[in-house]
Each structure stands twice: as structure tokens, then as C-alpha cells.
Design a protein around this ligand. Structure first.
Ligand code: WQD
Length: 337
């Protein structure tokens, strides 16, 4: 299929582009480069033979989207483009609603006009808020605790209303847990443009000497070792989940909602230990106060994705840390250009 990948030069988008091309799809990347680098396009080319077409653009630009969709006949869209920093969303809620919600409306309007109605949406486990228990199933209540999470819930609800209003739409809402790791070649990886909020990118900065010490946000949670437990999933497994979701939508109209995780939770200290083994030296850390908004445990029930998509994650924590470290070691300053 000819697939438009919005946010395609980003972390999950670029890894998904590689797997889409390897699966025989024709990919066009659309990205405003607000949190990624155009150098990714050549890196993807080095992995799959020739670089995919990249168009610098913003999902809020209706005229730009119309021009693209008039010129190229897409059969599906995977929508990654959006802002995703929980803390920033609390300071800049309108920026998050404009980019994430309004941007998705503008994109959907352009797709409707062009008759493109196969749509995969990058949702997030954040929509579950603080779950009553774990593992989390797709039918659990949603209860975001920040503007970022609320923007994801709003978009999820828009998509279910859209399918109800026009059954020609084929929509997948993929709820990511905690994507980490990198392409095993060391050519693609996570490259935050400022100090990382997330655990593994921050550990990578400590391991490569760009940060001095990891602050562990609380060790007094109701978890085995007191630190937060999350469902870390290798970005390559996550990318393959998108290929499987596209295949599912080709055969099933209507809407699909699945968790994309491993079904297993690891604590912060388990990740710190595994990463120390991957990079060959212990990661210095200090226990500090809890981070506001954090939950104790969050990991997925992944039986729906296994049943419906025939997909499951295959990389373990050591592989995730080993691949993340290879990327960081070979790209100490990220993509740079
Ligand atoms: C993981 C664990 C922290 C940093 C968020 C978003 C989610 C998704 C992934 C976008 C927690 C602890 C972290 C640090 C630490 N993003 N931690 N020191 O908060 O589970 O999820 O990112 O889709 O939507 O909510 O991920 O990596 O920030 O935190 O101790 O410097 O690591 O307390 O227990 P989180 P995270």
C-alpha cells in the first residue's frame, strides 16, 4: 500500500517506516521537524536501499495537506505527528490541543476530501490514567491526568464518532506503553531535542557522559522494589505492531483498539541494572522525591493484539537496553543535523 506517515522522522515513526518498507509498502514521510531531524531520511535509506520521500509539513496546514493528497494517491495513513511531553502539556495546554486535536481534525478533513479512509492512530497508555489494577485491558476506563493524555482521549473519541458516522472508515487506535530501544544497526534511535523527560533516554545521556546522575523519582511506591513499574516495549516490536494493524484494517472495516506492550512490567531499578550491564558500567543514580502525576504501576494485557493481529513483542529488556546503548554510543550527540 502507499502509506502516508505523519511524524515520520520521529522516533517511532522512523522505525515504523523501515518495517513498512521492508513489508513492501511505499512510504511518504510528512513531518514539521519540530522534534526530529531530516538526517533520519538518509539513515532509513541506508537500511532499506533508497530513502523514502520526505515532505516537510505540518498537520495543521490544510492547504499543504490538500496539495500532497491531490498529487499522491495514498491508501492509508499512520498518524504519529503530535506533541507528547506530559510535563510540558501542563504548562502549555493550548499548544497541545492545537497540535494534537486540531491537527488531527485538519488531517482527517483532508483525508475525507481525498477519499483516504484507512487510518492508524498513535495513542498511548496515558489514556488509562492511574489504573485500578494491572495488567490493563482495553476496556478499562480512561481517565487522563494531564492535557497530553486528555488530547489523546479526545482524538480517540473523535475517531469512534467518525467510524459511527461513516462506516467506510477503517481505524486502528494503538495504545503504546513505554517505547524504548533502537534499530539494531545503531543507525536509528531516540533523539530528544532537549533534556529527556523519559527514563531510558535520560539513562543513555548519563551512560554517554552528557548527564552526571540519574534521579530516580521515588522509591516508596507499592511495587517490589519501591520504584515505578512500566511496560517497556522495544520500538522495533512496536513498529511491527503497526504493520500488523495495517494488514488487519485491509481485511476489517470499522475500528480496532489494542494495547501495544509486552504484558510485563519492569521497575526503574531493574532498568538501571539492565542498562548498566548493556553499557558495561553501573549507572550512577540518586533517589529523589516522586514526580507529580506518576503512577506506581502500568503494564498491559496484550491478549487482544495477540488474538486479533497475530502480533506480540519478542525483545526482552536486555535487548532493549543493548540496542538503546548501541545507538547512543554511536551517536553521542544524536543525529546532529
Ligand atoms: C518511566 C518511569 C518514572 C525519568 C510517559 C508518558 C507516556 C509515554 C512514555 C508518550 C517512571 C521513572 C523517569 C527519570 C525516573 N510518552 N523516571 N527518572 O511517565 O511511564 O510515560 O512516557 O507517549 O505517554 O506518560 O515514562 O520514561 O517518563 O517514566 O525515575 O529521569 O521512570 O518515575 O516510574 P512514563 P517515563
Amino acid at each position: 500500500m502507499k502509506v502516508l506517515v505523519t511524524g515520520g522522522t520521529g522516533y517511532v515513526g522512523s522505525h515504523t517506516a523501515v518495517n513498512l518498507i521492508e513489508a513492501g509498502h511505499d512510504v511518504v514521510l510528512w513531518d514539521n521537524l519540530s522534534n526530529s531531524r531530516a538526517a533520519v531520511v538518509e539513515r532509513i535509506g541506508a537500511l532499506v536501499g533508497t530513502p523514502p520521500t520526505f515532505v516537510q509539513g505540518d498537520v495543521r496546514d490544510a492547504a499543504g495537506l490538500d496539495r500532497l493528497l491531490e498529487k499522491q494517491a495514498f491508501e492509508a495513513v499512520i498518524h504519529f505527528a503530535g506533541l507528547k511531553a506530559v510535563g510540558e502539556s501542563a504548562q502549555k495546554p493550548l499548544l497541545y490541543y492545537e497540535n494534537n486535536v486540531q491537527g488531527t481534525i485538519t488531517l482527517l478533513r483532508a483525508l475525507e476530501k481525498a477519499g483516504v479512509r484507512t487510518f492508524v492512530f498513535s495513542s498511548s497508555a496515558t489514556v488509562y490514567g492511574d489504573p485500578a489494577c494491572v495488567p490493563i485491558r482495553e476496556d478499562f476506563p480512561r481517565a487522563a491526568t494531564n492535557a497530553y493524555g486528555r488530547s489523546k482521549i479526545m482524538i480517540e473519541d473523535m475517531l469512534s464518532d467518525l467510524v459511527a458516522a461513516d462506516p467506510r472508515w477503517r481505524i486502528a487506535r494503538l495504545r503504546y506503553f513505554n517505547p524504548i530501544g533502537a534499530h539494531e544497526s545503531g543507525l536509528l534511535g531516540e533523539d530528544p531535542q532537549d533534556v529527556p523527560n523519559n527514563l531510558v533516554p535520560y539513562i543513555c545521556r548519563v551512560a554517554v557522559g552528557r548527564e552526571a546522575v540519574l534521579r530516580v523519582f521515588g522509591a516508596d511506591y507499592e511495587t517490589p522494589d519501591g520504584t515505578g513499574v512500566r511496560d517497556y516495549i522495544h520500538v522495533r516490536d512496536l513498529a511491527l505492531g503497526h504493520v500488523a494493524a495495517l494488514r488487519y484494517l485491509q481485511a476489517h472495516p470499522g475500528m480496532l483498539t489494542v494495547n501495544l506492550g509486552t504484558g510485563h512490567g519492569y521497575s526503574v531499578l531493574e532498568v538501571v541494572k539492565a542498562f548498566g550491564q548493556a553499557c558495561g558500567r553501573p549507572i550512577p543514580y540518586e533517589i529523589v522525591a516522586r514526580r507529580p502525576g506518576d503512577v506506581a504501576q502500568c503494564y498491559a494485557d496484550v491478549s487482544a493484539a495477540r488474538r486479533l493481529l497475530g502480533w506480540q513483542a519478542v525483545h526482552d529488556l536486555d535487548a532493549m537496553c543493548g540496542d538503546a546503548w548501541r545507538w547512543q554510543e554511536r551517536n553521542p550527540q544524536g543525529y546532529e543535523t
